[in-house]
Design a protein around this ligand. Structure first.
Ligand code: PLP
Length: 462
């Protein structure tokens, strides 16, 4: 059994053969390794244990905003097990019991939406939406209305095409040439203002900047805009009031489809089922992945409204009319089986309410830290999705050296608290500490996370 393995052998196998995601391997590979790779062996609730048996409180839900309901959920494991014995797989051109039941449950939380297209990852879900937009452009507009707008600092995935829709340069650099037809619009981080305005007026200006891009490109060439409701890796950015209604208005004015990327925010992270639901907007596409089954199975979805779906089903005489797309593992039954239980847990344990309450508590605690530590320039976020931006000077907002931000993360780790930091995507802006504990977090958990950050900030910055 995996759990009975000699952990030394596991570490050596990892060192010799595993190519980890998004990390430099030099410290633990090559002829003179300086460290061991970290291997997480077990998880329960908010906590995980590494290969040395050290306990960590996980303030980042599996590293990347994923394990929303926490570790060790036997009912999800049992549902997956039962489903795998009954039927593990049949291609997604046919239906399955969990696929049908989960789609119904999901749509019941998404008024205005109607269809679920199953995929494996957030990147793939976004790519499906892009393909639908492109196909609509060909079907209805002679291919012309094919451009897709994305926002600076947003991230929509790791494939070449989703990187082409990405506003984070480190992720994209050296992977070009990119897919044509993706156009960037300005971000809406008021703390790093591009307009001399604040609050709702800032939100309106940021949205109006989208209109300017549309007019520059030609509204008859723009098919869709893809946006994160709260930008995640790009700096935990909550758009100011006024932003979203104006974005919706602009989309309607120019007949542009609104695609909300809920890969991080979806399934409760911000205290509502979906991040866009804070703002009363009506998207055409909603993509989701991480929290859909909290990492217990690989499942992602591209959800559309009926208006989009109708465009693909209205003409049986045209052999090219339907969405000619397939995803082998999008037909796996373990995903929706796990996702059904995941949603049931969120409902039965009132985890949306807990996320709102604990999110407010954590925001207050982080603000108290800001009062104490000059290096925290701003604390921001929504629900249990929070960031603390570190600056070397509050008046100039000069970001701290990324090594110092990393040192804070490292010191928290040494204290047994796993926190994150925004990636190096935007030069000079990899300086926001990230917190996304599971939606089950308690005040005690949050106190432990904030206390560790307090100690780490004192150690690194004095
Ligand atoms: N969209 C957002 C907002 C993300 O943060 C991510 C991943 O972090 C993705 C899409 C890509 O998802 P995946 O890694 O499942 O392909």
């Amino acid at each position: 059994k995996v759990l009975d393995n000699d952990i030394t052998k596991v570490v050596e196998a990892d060192r010799a053969h595993v190519w980890h995601h998004l990390i430099q391997h030099a410290p633990w590979t090559g002829p003179d390794p300086k460290a061991d790779p970290r291997i997480i062996v077990e998880g329960r609730g908010m906590r995980v244990w590494d290969q040395k048996g050290k306990e960590h409180i996980d303030a980042v839900s599996g590293g990347v905003w994923t394990v929303n309901v926490g570790y060790g959920r036997e009912r999800i494991a049992n549902a997956v097990r039962d489903q795998l014995i009954q039927l593990p797989y049949f291609a997604g051109s046919t239906g399955s019991i969990p696929g049908a039941l989960f789609s119904e449950k999901l749509i019941s939380k998404m008024p205005g939406m109607s269809r679920v297209y199953y995929t494996n990852s957030g990147s793939e879900a976004n790519e499906k939406a892009f393909k639908m937009v492109r196909q609509i452009a060909h079907k209805r507009y002679g291919g012309k209305k094919h451009k897709i707008l994305y926002r600076d600092r947003d991230y929509h995935g790791t494939t070449i095409t989703t990187l082409s829709a990405g506003g984070q340069s480190e992720r994209g650099a050296q992977y070009g040439p990119y897919t044509p037809g993706f156009v960037s619009v300005p971000h809406c981080l008021e703390y790093r203002a591009q307009w001399d305005l604040s609050g709702e007026e800032y939100g309106l200006a940021a949205a109006n900047a989208i209109e300017e891009v549309i007019l520059r490109e030609g509204p008859d060439t723009v098919g869709a805009i893809c946006l994160e409701p709260v930008t995640a890796g790009g700096g935990v950015i909550v758009p100011p009031e006024g932003y979203w209604p104006r974005v919706q208005e602009i989309c309607r004015k120019y007949d542009i489809l609104l695609h909300i990327d809920e890969v991080v925010c979806g399934l409760g992270r911000t205290g509502t089922w979906f991040g866009y639901q804070h703002y009363g907007i009506e998207p055409d596409f909603v993509t989701m992945a991480k929290g859909v089954a909290s990492g217990y199975a690989a499942i992602a979805c591209c959800v559309t409204n009926e208006k989009v779906f109708e465009l693909f089903r209205d003409d049986m005489t045209d052999p090219m009319n339907y969405f000619r797309d397939i995803s082998t593992f999008g037909g796996c039954t373990a995903g929706p089986a796990a996702a059904l239980e995941n949603m049931a847990i969120i409902e039965e344990e009132n985890l949306l309410d807990n996320t709102v309450a604990m999110g407010e508590y954590m925001l207050d605690q982080l603000k108290a830290l800001q009062d104490k530590h000059e290096v925290i320039g701003q604390v921001r976020g929504k629900g249990l999705f929070l960031g603390a931006e570190l600056v070397s000077d509050r008046s100039t907002k000069e970001p701290v050296d990324e090594k110092l931000a990393q040192a804070v993360v490292g010191d928290c780790n040494a204290q047994g608290v796993i926190i994150g930091v925004t990636n190096r995507s935007i030069p000079g802006f990899n300086n926001t500490l990230c917190y996304s504990p599971a939606l089950i977090a308690t005040k005690d958990d949050i106190d432990q996370i904030v206390e560790a950050t307090d100690k780490a900030l004192t150690k690194v910055f004095g």
